[in-house]
Design a protein around this ligand. Structure first.
Ligand SMILES: Nc1ncnc2c1ncn2[C@@H]1O[C@H](COP(=O)(O)OP(=O)(O)OP(=O)(O)O)[C@@H](O)[C@H]1O
Length: 277
C-alpha cells in the first residue's frame, strides 16, 4: 500500500461484540490420528484473531474447518450462527503459497472468484481494481505473475480474496513464503488494509511478533492433539510497532506460553523417536 493510501485511512473502530465464528467442542481425527482434541472459542465480528502453536499442532486444520474444506469429527463450527457445511462466498482464504494463475494478468487473477460467481465484467473489474489499489498494485493490473515479486503476488492473492467481499478473511501463514524485509512491509500494510476491509480476520502464523503486531487476540494451541491453552487479548491501538515496549511485553508473554508448549512437543517427539529406535 502506498504511504498516501495509508494516511487517508480512518482509524479502525474496534471489534464488535456479535459472535461471527463459534467453535463448540470441535474434535478432528484424520483416520485414527487425533489432530484436534477439543476446541471451543468465539471470534467476534471485525476481530483479528491470530492462531499460533507448535508445528503440526493443527493450526491449518482449524482454519480449514472454518473454511469448510474439512469437516469436524465431533462438535460444531458455526458462522453467523449457522453450521459450516462446506466452503462459501462468506469466507475468503489466502494461502502461504501465492496461488495465482501464471497465464492470467493481475487483474484477471484478482477477478477470478467474481468471474466464477457470474458478477458482470465491469463490476468485477471495479471491485478488483479497488483492492488492487489498496494493496499497492495500481499500475500492475496488466502484468503477469511471473513479473511480480513474492510480496506483490501475495498482495494479488489478498486483493482477490477481498474483491469477493467475504465477511471472514482466513489467512494461512500469509507471510511464510516472504523474505523478512517484504514481510515487515506486508505487516504494516495489513494493519492499514484491515482498517479499510473491516472484516473478521483469522490468521495462522508461526511468528509471535506477527501475531502481537496484528491481532486483537492471540489463541495459543497446545501440541497435537490441540486444545486452546491461552487466549491473550492484545489491548493496544494500531498501527503497532515492535519497538514499542508495550508490544514487546505482549511478545514476551506469548513467547513464554508458546515456548513451554513447544518444549513439551519436542520432548514427546524425542521420546517417540527413542521408542522407535
Ligand atoms: N489430510 C490429512 N490427512 C492426514 N493427516 C493430516 C491431514 N491434515 C493434517 N494432518 C495431520 O494433522 C496434524 C495437524 O496438521 P496441521 O497441518 O493442521 O498442523 P499445523 O499446526 O498447521 O502444522 P504446521 O505448523 O507444520 O504448519 C498433523 O499431525 C498432520 O500430519
Amino acid at each position: 500500500m502506498s504511504v498516501e493510501t495509508a494516511k487517508i485511512l480512518p482509524l479502525r473502530d474496534g471489534a464488535g461484540t456479535k459472535p461471527k465464528i463459534v467453535a463448540k467442542n470441535v474434535q478432528k481425527y484424520f483416520g485414527n490420528v487425533l489432530a484436534m482434541e477439543d476446541i471451543s472459542c468465539t471470534i467476534n465480528e471485525r476481530e483479528f484473531v491470530a492462531i499460533i502453536g507448535p508445528s503440526g499442532c493443527g493450526k491449518s486444520t482449524f482454519l480449514y474447518l472454518i473454511a469448510g474444506f474439512e469437516k469436524a469429527s465431533q462438535g460444531e463450527l458455526l458462522i453467523n450462527n449457522e453450521l459450516v457445511v462446506g466452503p462459501g462466498p462468506d469466507r475468503g482464504v489466502v494461502f502461504q503459497e501465492f496461488v495465482l494463475f501464471p497465464w492470467l494478468t493481475v487483474l484477471r487473477n484478482a477477478t477470478l472468484g467474481l468471474d466464477i460467481k457470474g458478477v458482470p465484467r465491469q463490476e468485477a473489474e471495479e471491485r478488483a481494481r479497488k483492492w488492487l489499489r489498496l494493496t499497492g498494485l495500481s499500475g500492475f493490473e496488466n502484468a503477469y505473475p511471473s513479473s511480480l515479486s513474492g510480496g506483490m503476488k501475495q498482495r494479488v492473492a489478498i486483493a482477490r480474496a477481498l474483491s469477493y467481499d467475504p465477511e471472514v478473511l482466513l489467512l494461512d501463514e500469509p507471510f511464510g513464503a516472504l523474505d523478512v524485509q517484504t514481510k515487515n512491509y506486508m505487516i504494516q500494510d495489513l494493519q492499514n488494509l484491515w482498517v479499510e476491509a473491516n472484516r473478521t480476520i483469522v490468521m495462522i502464523t508461526h511468528s509471535v511478533s506477527e501475531a502481537v503486531q496484528l491481532a486483537d487476540r492471540v489463541l495459543i494451541l497446545s501440541s497435537r492433539p490441540s486444545r486452546i491453552i491461552a487466549d491473550v487479548a492484545i489491548k493496544l491501538p494500531h498501527p503497532r510497532d515492535l519497538r514499542d515496549p508495550q508490544v514487546r511485553r505482549y511478545e514476551d508473554e506469548v513467547t513464554a506460553l508458546l515456548s513451554a508448549e513447544v518444549d513439551k512437543a519436542m520432548k514427546r517427539e524425542r521420546q517417540t523417536f527413542a521408542g522407535r529406535s
